[in-house]
Design a protein around this ligand. Structure first.
Ligand code: SF4
Length: 462
């Protein structure tokens, strides 16, 4: 048990987050000046406690304290996490900020010396930032990203921490009726205030859980409600391969949808069973065959590194098969064992034990993807990721997804409709976002819809 004494610090949250990359939460107690250590409260024997003191003078910068803490933990544990002292979700955003404040070489130096990133991670975020600037640039102030959420899936995955419900047609129809009202309301509000979407993304859950007819109505309503004159991209994240049918793809194409996501996660059937996906690798093969025969222009495929009982060899085989399809985008996720998942109940330390395996998977994946001509175009990190790594979106032929980049940049308004949608109003003068959340439970969303609309009226498209 470690007792980490953090002197001259008022709030320990970020320092605890950094420590969790090295040690499981039950293995340390972080103590600020004046606090009673839990080890004392629990009557732990002095011999069981290893004390670490981080003692910088009052007023020391947070980054300097993190740097000291990282070095002390690294010495104790022998670990040197590649992301250095970074614990945030958006490292590319930090790279952008450092480049604009210090120039490219200044940012390069600070990422190594102040944030302790490995050369590989540093180059990854600097290159990704440059790619985004060259290919997309800054958004227009009155543009926004529209997200529409369908919070239903056929089954619940073991690692899921999203709003995902397993419900029948009646409940789904009730939800869609409420959603249509919100779409109409938000569309009118956006038009009135001079906003138009740059990108639209229908996500979930699994959007193709709904029927082809329901999808037809939904897409029709979205297109009617919003001013689509500046729309660059319209994505329907279909998701589970077993929900993709000829009729549904036909409906998407008829509405001009060019981007979909077919997410195998793995091509190993045993793992799919283990994680509760209720589809097989053959379902993915069938969905890809159908999508290619129907000439869907851009397909993203999601994979997860670090799934239970998978070896680097399993992951490499999955990736090799996916690369044969040459999809426009491949998103390689690292398994995150989040609080709301079934997996954390079963195995809370899972992500600590799988760090080495995931490191090997990601390293091999990067080589294969680069050899096949893919480039990283966006990335983000989450808490509780195996090995504290990252999720990377790869694209070929510059077929990046605008919505994904914008959401990570945080420099554009996002209107997120449906249960669990967190809209964010962007204030360019202050470079600041303000959250305008919807409730996440779909039944409460239906009940309290008027309240969600009022929030938007007051706080969105300002
Ligand atoms: S498909 Fe996605 S949203 Fe649905 S249960 Fe699985 S992880 Fe959750």
């Amino acid at each position: 048990m470690y007792q980490i004494n953090l002197h001259n610090v008022e709030n320990k949250y970020e320092f605890e987050e950094l420590t969790k990359i090295f040690l499981p939460p039950e293995d340390f107690d972080m103590v600020l000046d004046g606090e009673t250590p839990k080890t004392v409260e629990n009557g732990a024997e002095a011999g069981d406690i290893r004390a670490l003191d981080i003692n910088l003078s009052g007023g020391a910068a947070k980054e300097d304290i993190k740097c000291e803490l990282y070095k002390a933990l690294s010495k104790e544990t022998g670990k040197a996490p590649a992301w250095g002292t970074l614990t945030g979700v958006r490292p590319v955003k930090l790279a952008g900020k450092l480049v604009s404040e210090n120039g490219s070489s200044g940012a390069d130096r600070l990422l190594s010396e102040k944030y302790l990133l490995s050369d590989k991670k540093k180059n990854l975020i600097l290159d990704t930032y440059r790619y985004q600037q060259e290919h997309l640039g800054k958004p227009d102030d009155k543009s926004f990203g529209l997200y529409v959420g369908i919070p239903f899936c056929p089954t619940r995955c073991l690692y899921c921490s999203f709003t995902s419900n397993q419900k029948g047609e009646g409940e789904i129809a009730g939800y869609l009726n409420a959603l249509y009202r919100e779409i109409e309301f938000a569309g009118e509000l956006a038009r009135k205030r001079g906003y138009s979407p740059e990108s639209i993304y229908i996500g979930g859950g699994t959007p193709t859980t709904i029927s082809a007819d329901q999808m037809d109505v939904l897409l029709g309503r979205i297109k009617k409600a919003f001013d689509t004159k500046s729309l660059k991209e319209f994505t329907v994240e279909a998701g589970r391969p077993d929900t993709i049918t000829y009729q549904k793809l036909g409906t998407l194409l008829m509405h001009g949808i060019e981007r979909i996501s077919i997410n195998p996660q793995t091509m190993k059937d045993e793992t799919l069973k283990l994680i509760g996906r209720a589809h097989s690798a053959d379902d993915t093969r069938a969905a890809m065959k159908l999508a290619s025969e129907m000439k869907v222009p851009y397909i993203n495929m999601d994979l997860i590194a670090g799934l239970p009982e998978e070896s680097p060899q399993d992951f490499a085989e999955t990736l090799a098969e996916i690369l044969d399809y040459r999809p426009a985008n491949i998103t390689v996720h690292t398994l995150a064992v989040k609080k709301a998942s079934l997996l954390i109940e079963k195995d809370p330390d899972y992500h600590y034990r799988h760090g080495m395996v995931v490191a090997e998977m990601l390293e091999d994946a990067e080589k294969s993807l680069r050899n096949a001509g893919y480039i990283p175009y966006y990335l983000y990190r989450q808490k509780h990721m195996a090995g504290a790594f990252e999720n990377i979106g790869w694209c070929r032929d510059d077929a990046f997804c605008t919505y994904n980049i914008r959401i990570m940049e945080e420099q554009q308004t996002i209107a997120a409709l449906g249960a669990g949608g967190i809209s964010k109003q962007y204030y360019p003068a202050e470079d600041r976002l303000e959250r305008v959340p919807n409730v996440s439970n779909y039944e409460i969303y239906i009940e309290r819809l008027d309240e969600m609309l009022e929030r938007k009226e007051l706080n969105l498209f300002k």
